[in-house]
Design a binder for this molecule. Structure first.
Ligand code: G6P
Length: 607
């Protein structure tokens, strides 16, 4: 997704802008650009492809005020012409989000004589500001008036040649924050871009417009009335995002899972009891009152929700539904004020999840709970209860440690809800917590299978398509395994509940259609074995992730990898780790850019 960095300081800000863009690379982008302003006017540099290309072009550039951007194409193809900043006269603008009325604005501006260089919606913003500046001397006022004409979501940063000492930023819908330090004032769409210079952050609210000048800032609402916004000290550390000895962030993040899980479950590390208050002071009361749970999430986070449905219904006995956020937000549903609405999001900024949460609240469903990896994010701020996973920053676009820590959090939530509702016996509680504490060690053992998984990936990476099968709480893991494979290796993969095989997908099975099966030694194993035979009988090749005690007969067509232990309710987490390694090595074999898969973004802050 697009990223913004802006800086105004006493010293040269160009290295800060470039470093900020580097930190935003993980969000996914296709081009990058910078504009600076000084006494000689505005200078703009843009490059298609990587930030490193832009860096080469700006090596000798020096300035004390500037804006920068990574673009993820929405309106118009990825190209230098469409890359931000967009300029009009002496105005330069970077923008995240989507301007929904850009076509009518564009027509009006063309009628006024403006010539468009790009296909972007952003260029309309630059021309609008330029138009207003013909009769208005204040850049802040011109930006404020422009925002009143925009419909949609935006975060913008603006510079202008006759105001070299000034940057104006504004937001509505898309995230934007300020960073404050003794030597400068900064703005960015994501805290990770600013941690290099400061940990003192101000999260702007919808409708906020801010002027950054002379080491000071002033924030107003859309009417121009000054508003006060709190400075928060970020808990994130700047060096948490270095690659270290790993080849890719995704690899680093897969191997960080034992630590990420240990950090996330630390809260229950030395106890045989789950304390419901760990989800918030109101949690005991709310968990007692609820009669249903509704989980809202997108992508991988949605699959975490789908696993949790199995846990919440079997252990906590609460009816649970899981909805894709982009569907829920536009659907007519039957609201239930006694329903706990759980929003799951690693970033906490996913536009659809945030909108679905707000929609759920607007229907009178006030009991809300966030599971998120970013404590300061919008979703966390808008929920009554929360649990912050402690995965650390996740840079690889394909989610790994954020997902497994979400699962750990959801398991703890299940236990807390079960306990509060009186359906969890003390012995069970102790046993589940014991299993949870064993999780980091169990994951370490799965990671040791990497070499065997690599051998499988060598066989697999030339395939065009694949089917993933799972049953019960491992069906969502089959979905996640297929998603991971397609995201980074570009192999077409579909997942099915194994029982559905004969209702359609079996027609696809031949020697060219490999089947990946998740076959833990659980109550559904025998059923799954029959499904595997159905595949074998049609000439399909099987890659089976089993575990201790699964006892499946190996043959030329059935390859089996045994996970070191059978792990009961938490088995989905172990199988996930194996499937992450599998997707990673398939993508490596194909020479793909694992951390930045084509067309995808880490944090999807537009609809
Ligand atoms: C994007 C990411 C996925 C992520 C999804 C939801 O598509 O590439 O990895 O699962 O957004 O993101 P969230 O931050 O809400 O978990």
């Amino acid at each position: 997704m697009c990223g913004i960095v802006a800086a105004i300081a006493e010293t040269n800000i160009v290295p800060t802008l470039i470093e900020g863009l580097n930190k935003l690379e993980y969000r996914g982008y296709d081009s990058a650009g910078i504009a600076i302003v000084n006494q000689d006017g505005v200078e703009r540099y843009r490059a298609l492809g990587r930030v490193s290309e832009l860096e080469k072009k700006t090596q000798d550039l020096k300035a004390t005020a500037g804006i920068a951007h990574t673009r993820w194409a929405t309106h118009g193809v990825p190209s230098k012409r469409n890359a931000h900043p967009h300029v009009s006269g002496g105005v330069a603008v970077v923008h995240n989000g989507i301007i929904e009325n850009y076509e009518s604005l564009r027509e009006e501006l063309i009628a006024q004589g403006y010539v468009f260089e790009s296909e972007t919606d952003t260029e309309t913003i630059a021309h609008l500001i330029e138009l207003i500046l013909k009769t208005e001397s204040s850049l802040f006022e011109a930006v404020r008036q422009t925002t009143q004409k925009l419909v949609g979501a935006y975060a913008i940063a603006v510079i202008e040649e006759s105001h070299p000492e000034l940057i104006v930023v504004a937001r509505e819908g898309s995230p934007l924050l300020l960073g404050v330090s003794e030597s400068g004032i900064y703005a960015a769409s994501d805290a990770s871009a600013l941690l290099q210079v400061t940990q003192q952050l101000i999260y702007l609210e919808n409708g906020d417009i801010a002027q950054l000048k002379n080491n000071q800032f002033c924030i107003t609402d859309q009417a121009g009335t000054p508003v006060a916004r709190e400075i928060v000290v970020s808990q994130l550390s700047a060096d948490a995002v270095d690659l270290g000895n790993y080849q890719h962030y995704m690899q680093k993040e897969i191997f960080e899972q034992p630590d990420a899980l240990a950090n996330t479950i630390e809260i229950v590390a030395s106890s045989d009891q789950i304390h419901t208050q760990l989800f918030g002071a109101q949690a005991p009361q709310i968990f007692k009152e609820i009669d249903r749970i509704l989980i809202l999430a997108c992508g991988t986070s949605n699959y975490a929700g789908q696993v949790a449905k199995y846990w919440l219904e079997s252990i906590a006995k609460v009816p649970t539904s899981v909805e894709v956020a982009s569907e829920y937000r536009y659907r007519t549903t039957v609201p239930n004020p006694r329903q706990l609405v759980v929003a799951i999001s690693q970033s906490g900024e996913t536009a659809d999840t945030l909108a679905a949460l707000r929609f759920a609240k607007s229907l009178g469903q006030e009991k809300t709970f966030a599971i998120c990896n970013v404590p300061e994010s919008a979703i966390v701020r808008e929920c009554e209860l929360r649990f912050i996973t402690r995965a650390g920053p996740e840079i690889g676009v394909a989610s790994t440690k954020a997902f497994t820590t979400q699962l750990a959090a959801l398991f703890m939530l299940t236990l807390a809800v079960a306990k509060q509702r009186g359906v969890l016996f003390p012995a069970e509680e102790g046993q589940y917590l014991h299993e949870l504490r064993h999780l980091p060690a169990a994951v370490i053992e799965v990671l040791k299978l990497e070499n065997s998984i690599k051998v499988w990936a060598e066989k697999f990476s030339s395939k065009q398509d694949a089917i993933f099968l799972g049953r019960g709480r491992h069906y969502p893991i089959a979905l996640e395994g297929a998603l991971k494979l397609k995201e980074i290796s570009y192999i077409h993969a579909e997942a099915y509940p194994a029982g559905e095989l004969k209702h359609g997908p079996l027609a696809l099975i031949d020697s060219e259609m490999p089947v990946v099966a998740i076959a833990p030694n659980d109550e559904l194993l025998e059923k799954l074995k029959s499904n595997l035979q159905e595949v074998k009988a049609r000439g399909g090749e099987l890659f089976v992730f089993a575990d201790q005690g699964s006892h499946i007969t190996q043959s030329d067509e059935i390859h089996i990898l045994y996970l070191p232990e059978h792990y009961g309710e938490l088995s989905p987490i172990l199988h996930t780790v194996a499937l992450q390694l599998f997707a990673y090595h398939c993508a490596l074999m194909k020479g793909n850019d694992v951390d930045k898969p084509r067309n995808l973004a880490k944090s999807v802050t537009v609809e």
